[in-house]
Structure formats: structure tokens, C-alpha cells
Ligand binder design. Structure first.
Ligand SMILES: *Cc1c(COP(=O)(O)O)cnc(C)c1O
Length: 344
């Protein structure tokens, strides 16, 4: 890996961050707070939230086995994705390398930040090879994006190829593990101490059933997390989100239960789907959705919309011709989907 100073944009490296009242004083002993121009009325909403979300991170430390100093929390993973560009990629100069098909936000954020977005097409099993990704890099490649389990394909990427990519690249590798709690494949979290160029993204939006909260996580070296904290909005995670996240994190076994139910439902739904005359192929999945090739994705999508059932039509995505992406719902919802499709 290149020294971090060579990877981070020069203006960000030398940035003096905004120092909020709560940065300068964060002890708990004081009882008169006249430092932040807050209103003394309308408690508890009158106070600014903890800019570093320390109580949430303390719980995450236990749940994820990652020290708090290695955790960044953002307004969804989307903030953590955008900040990668703003931290590492000089607009109009630097580039990133990604796989295709994959999650759309990596490209949207590249476009917003005016950063060249290079892609390597996955093979017919939706797998990638480290060598191919590394061959697409040049001196101005700052970041490689990987997503495992991948969206919209559902499969986990080959772990050895991911590690080969991380070890063979002198820049930053981001591995988006939004769906890792549904996967057979293990998280790369334990690889963090030995791989200083690795950023892992996770989220409360999927297995934790809390998409409305907007809470995303990045796990990385202390040095990278410090830069994240310097660039983010001071109060990027609001108090209600922090409180509700703590409630969820105090009871991680509740999440295990719903994940288990969803995995059972996934097996059942896929079995039923495979028997449908419209089904041509179902792709292996490690997530809470599956990708299926059908006889006519557009017609079937419209038919389902007409019945009030919405799936995701991915037919216009490379390698996903005539494919629908189907999220696992409740047993009742899944039954409704299947019985609608049986009548198609
Ligand atoms: C759903 C999803 C996310 C979650 O994004 P949030 O902003 O945290 O809701 C992240 N990455 C991928 C690949 C996803 O599919």
C-alpha cells in the first residue's frame, strides 16, 4: 500500500476540521451548558447529538468485534460511499475500478464527484478475478470497489480473489458487506488489522431491519477513520437514530431470529419459483433476495405491478437480460407473489 498521505487528496490531508462545541467539551461532569448556542427549552431535542456517536460505537464494538476507533458511522452506507470519493479522489484526475453489474451508488457518487469510473465485467458465474481488476488500475487509481454478497446478483464473491485484490493493490479496496448477515461467507472484519488498505461497509438497513434510521458503518484502520471524521458533517447521525440503533444493538439475538426466518423463506420461495413455467434460471444467492431469469421480465414485471406486487426489473443491466430481482418478504407476501405468478 502507498503511504496514506499519497492516497488522500492533498487538501483533505491538510484540512483543519471544524471544531464544534461538543468536540471541545465532551465530558459528562458539567451541568450548565452555555457553549453551543442551544436553546435550554424543549429537552431532549434541544441538544446537539454526540458527533462521534460514542455510545453507539461501544455497543457495536461488542456486536461486531471491532474497536470503536476503527468504526465510522454515517447517514446510511451512502454517506460512507460518497466520503470515499471526497477523501481519496481528485476530481478530473483520479479514477476508481469496480465490477459490473453491482450496486449503482458507486457510479452515481463517482459521477457526482467527477471521478472516472472503470468497470470489469463479471464472468458467467458473476465472479471476478483479482488479476483483471488490478490490470485495469493505473497510477491514478485510488480505489477498487467490491460488493460481497453482490447486488443485484446475490452471490458472494470468491474470498481468495477478494484477498488477492486487497493484497495486490497499492490503493484502497472497499468491500461492501451490506448483506453479510445473510451469507454463508464470513465477514472480512477479522482481516482489518492485517490489511490497512481495506474499508468494509455494513449497514443497519438490511438484516437489522432499520432502513428508515439511515445508519451505515465503515470499518477501517484508525488512520482512515480519523480522516472520515474530519470530512463528515459534524452531526451526521441524529439523536433519534443513535437512540434507536442502541436499542437494536442491545438485542442482537432478535436480529438472528428474523435472519433465520428470512433464510428459511428464501429456500421455500426459490423452490416454488423454480417450478413456475415463467422461470428459466435462478442464480445462487447469499443475500435476502435472489436474481431470476424469466421468460419475459418486462411483461411479468408489469403484470405484477398490476396486482400491487413490486419486484425489481433488472433486465437492462449487463448480464441480467430478462432478470428480476426478488426480495424475500414475509411468508404471506411470498405466497401472494407465487400465487400471482402461477396465474400468469
Ligand atoms: C442496500 C444496500 C446498501 C445500504 O445502503 P444504506 O445507505 O445503508 O441504506 C449498501 N450497499 C449495498 C450493496 C446495498 O444493496
Amino acid at each position: 500500500m502507498k503511504p496514506l498521505e499519497q492516497l488522500v487528496r492533498p487538501n483533505i490531508w491538510s484540512l483543519a476540521p471544524y471544531s464544534s462545541a461538543r468536540d471541545e467539551y465532551s465530558g459528562k461532569e458539567a451541568h450548565v451548558f452555555l457553549d453551543a448556542n442551544e436553546n435550554p427549552y424543549n429537552a431532549p431535542y434541544n441538544r446537539y447529538p454526540d458527533p462521534l456517536q460514542r455510545d453507539v460505537k461501544k455497543l457495536l464494538e461488542r456486536v461486531k468485534g471491532v474497536p470503536a476507533e476503527n468504526i465510522f458511522l454515517g447517514n446510511g452506507s451512502d454517506e460512507a460511499i460518497d466520503l470515499v470519493y471526497r477523501i481519496f479522489c481528485e476530481p478530473g484526475v483520479d479514477n476508481v475500478v469496480s465490477i459490473t453489474p453491482t450496486y449503482g451508488m458507486y457510479k452515481v457518487c463517482a459521477d457526482i464527484n467527477n471521478v472516472e469510473y472503470r468497470t470489469i465485467l463479471l464472468d458467467e458465474n458473476f465472479q471476478m478475478q483479482a488479476e483483471e481488476l488490478l490490470a485495469a488500475c493505473d497510477d491514478h487509481t485510488k480505489v477498487i470497489w467490491l460488493c460481497s454478497p453482490n447486488n443485484p446478483t446475490g452471490n458472494s464473491l470468491n474470498r481468495d480473489e477478494i484477498l488477492r485484490t486487497i493484497e495486490g493493490f497499492n490503493g484502497i479496496v472497499v468491500v461492501d458487506e451490506a448483506y453479510i448477515d445473510f451469507a454463508q461467507q464470513q465477514s472480512l472484519r477479522q482481516e482489518l488489522p492485517t490489511h490497512p488498505n481495506l474499508i468494509i461497509l455494513q449497514t443497519m438497513s438490511k438484516a437489522w431491519g432499520s432502513a428508515a434510521l439511515r445508519l451505515g458503518m465503515a470499518f477501517a484502520s484508525k488512520e482512515i477513520i480519523n480522516i472520515y471524521n474530519k470530512v463528515k458533517y459534524p452531526y451526521n447521525v441524529n439523536m433519534l437514530t443513535q437512540q434507536q440503533a442502541m436499542e437494536m444493538l442491545k438485542d442482537p439475538f432478535e436480529v438472528d431470529k428474523t435472519v433465520k426466518i428470512l433464510l428459511q423463506e428464501r429456500t421455500r420461495l426459490m423452490q416454488a419459483f423454480r417450478e413456475l413455467p415463467i422461470c428459466e434460471q435462478i442464480f445462487p444467492t447469499d443475500a435476502n433476495f435472489f436474481l431470476a431469469r424469466v421468460t419475459d421480465a418486462v411483461k411479468i414485471y408489469d403484470y405484477l405491478v398490476d396486482k400491487g406486487i413490486i419486484v425489481r426489473n433488472r433486465t437492462r443491466i449487463q448480464l441480467c437480460n430478462n432478470c428480476l430481482r426478488i426480495t424475500i418478504g414475509t411468508r404471506t407476501e411470498n405466497n401472494e407473489l407465487i400465487s400471482a405468478l402461477r396465474q400468469y
